[in-house]
Design a protein around this ligand. Structure first.
Ligand code: ATP
Length: 351
């Protein structure tokens, strides 16, 4: 295996020199809360498909269904979304022969390690996290799971002793909690966990097409706010056409004062692999209608193979099931390794 899972405790410091023979473990997760969108793609998934081809890294990626039940859920929809997420990740190029791709709930050690971490984390620290404040503000009966969400995320990452975490900007605070948790555990129980560092993508924050002050999100009820990877060309063109911008007619780039149009320009720039100056020059004599249309065409082109792969995989569900089973098996073996060390360090067992 290419996994850094020796049973000897690893040094906690992020500056630890690694043996060149041991690839660096990279962990990332995605919630099965809906269809994969351009934000997920450019914030995380595209980077995963690059990392998995880097022989110095071992990518572990989880469909984090336990995170998806921190807000009200419907079991039937969840079941469908889990499978859908596997299909879409495979369609985007995540390769199960290179990446450990698995469903979080099928690896019980995530919940076990989360409990230990929950006992090492203060309520005050969790209460202050921006994403919790935002999500809890919309409801009165807040489940404990929502507060514990980042603790579970810390367990996800540290269970594989990952050093790198490719996530979008929305996850920065959660990653800081994972670093803090590693420090607290190492301080009280012995050096086991490295301090995980964020691996940023080219486009770490794609904005909503309807409310550019917000990020593009799977669970937002207005589906016109996002482009999903399996959207039809007609849907993509329409969503781009309807994207909210502002009043001025000219095309300028300023994410602070003009978030809507800047978001479209950034997407165009990333898809066409151009510098922003070249993009602005390209649209200098054109209007916003042209920008939306050309962006739509670029997105259709980008997602055409993904859409075809989705269709192919939908007709090949046995393969998808097999990927899910084999991924869980690999992840359980890796997780068991770390958990045995953790249980010894915290006093649950003495091998
Ligand atoms: P939900 O709406 O259910 O909270 P989400 O769309 O925010 O879901 P997650 O499953 O929480 O997505 O995140 C999966 C990955 O995609 C994470 O690495 C996250 O940082 C990244 N991501 C999510 N939304 C965006 C975005 N708008 N721009 C860039 N990256 C994003």
């Amino acid at each position: 295996r290419r996994q850094n899972s020796s049973s000897a405790p690893v040094e906690a410091s992020s500056t630890t020199t690694l043996s060149p023979a041991l690839p660096v473990t990279v962990f990332s997760g995605i919630q099965p809360t809906g269809s994969l969108h351009l934000g997920n793609y450019f914030g995380a998934v595209k980077l995963w498909t690059e990392i998995q081809n880097d022989p110095t890294k071992q990518l572990i990626t989880s469909v984090v269904d336990m995170h998806a039940i921190t807000l009200a859920w419907d079991p039937k929809a969840l079941r469908a979304n889990i499978r859908r997420m596997f299909i879409e990740l495979l369609a985007c190029g995540v390769d199960p022969s290179k990446t450990v791709l698995f469903q979080q709930s099928q690896v019980p050690q995530h919940a076990q390690l989360q409990w230990i971490f929950a006992c090492l984390t203060t309520m005050a620290r969790l209460d202050n996290l921006p994403q919790y404040k935002e999500k809890s503000a919309t409801q009165s009966d807040i489940p404990c799971g929502l507060l514990l969400y980042p603790v579970l995320q810390a367990a996800d990452i540290l269970l594989y002793r990952a050093r790198l975490v490719p996530v979008g900007e929305d996850q920065v605070h959660h990653l800081q909690l994972a670093q803090h948790t590693a420090r607290v555990f190492n301080h009280h129980h012995g050096k086991l966990f490295p301090s995980p560092q964020r691996l940023p993508s080219d486009l770490p924050r794609v904005k909503s097409l309807r409310e550019p002050a917000k990020k593009m999100s799977k669970s937002e009820p207005d589906t016109k706010s996002r482009i999903e990877v399996a959207d039809s060309p007609e849907q993509i063109m329409l969503k781009c056409k309807r994207a909210v911008t502002d009043f001025p007619a000219e095309i300028t780039f300023d994410p602070e004062t003009r978030p809507g149009i800047s978001n479209l320009l950034l997407l165009y720039k990333t898809i066409r692999a151009m510098e922003m100056d070249a993009v602005l020059e390209h649209f200098r004599a054109k209007d916003k209608v042209a920008l939306k249309e050309e962006l739509g065409e670029a997105v259709v082109e980008l997602l055409r193979p993904v859409r075809e792969n989705v269709r192919h995989l939908e007709g090949n569900l046995e393969f998808v099931e097999r990927v899910m089973e084999e991924g869980a098996e690999k992840a359980r073996a890796l997780a068991a390794d770390t958990m045995r060390l953790v249980e010894n360090l915290v006093g649950f067992r003495s091998d």
